[in-house]
Write a new protein. Sequence first.
Length: 260
Amino acid sequence: MSHPQLSVVLPAYNERENITDAVDRAVEALEGIEELDSFEVIVVDDGSSDGTDEIARELLERYAPRMRLLRHRINEGYGAAIATGFKAARGDLVFYTDADNQFDVSELRWFLPLVEHADVIVGFRAYRYDTAIRSFLSWAYNLLVRVLFRVRVRDVDCAFKLFRREVLEKVTIESRDFFVDTEMVAKARKWNFRVVEKGVRHYPRLSGETTVRASDIPRTLLTVATMWRHIYFPTPGILEEAARMHRELDAVSIEITAPA
């Protein structure tokens, strides 16, 4: 795969202050990667209420057709935004990162050669610009994930991941929130896809704020336990529920096109 087609998915919720830089930097970085045959940047506005969609529409006028814009009518959640972007993606490689500019998309240059021998490349934050409590919670969570899902990655919730299309055709996304990071890697491991790690730089968030809190711990434990059961002991009802959720996403998302 010397000249792949790449889809970059940017989920965005209330990122008015960040979305312009996120798209500008992504397009500039991808234009500088000679190994790519073509690329598209897919912004998924997850029902933002701060005017993110208005800024994104202006960017669409500037960058279409290299940029596409999809919008949820209401806030459906981080995982739902990623699922919508993945479903719309046309590339044989699909990458996602957040629209908060805490990662440098140009580092994808070092991920692309790895797809010759891997199906999923998971970034890990070489240095973290997070609070002490969030860093500790992340460490404990990753330890739990490694034990339960036998996933040999140190930073499963790092929002810098690259997938071969075959993985996304096999792995279905059920999570509507930030547990989607864990779900995709755990399911890829379950289906024996080749998962490798690569370090990336992490930058401080300059605008907006994270929605992860220490008070999420009880829900985290319950959600991870449920995820484990769904992955290793799926029932017909569980599979039908996952299919229903995907049908619902089709009904709540629309693609915005640039003016002719």
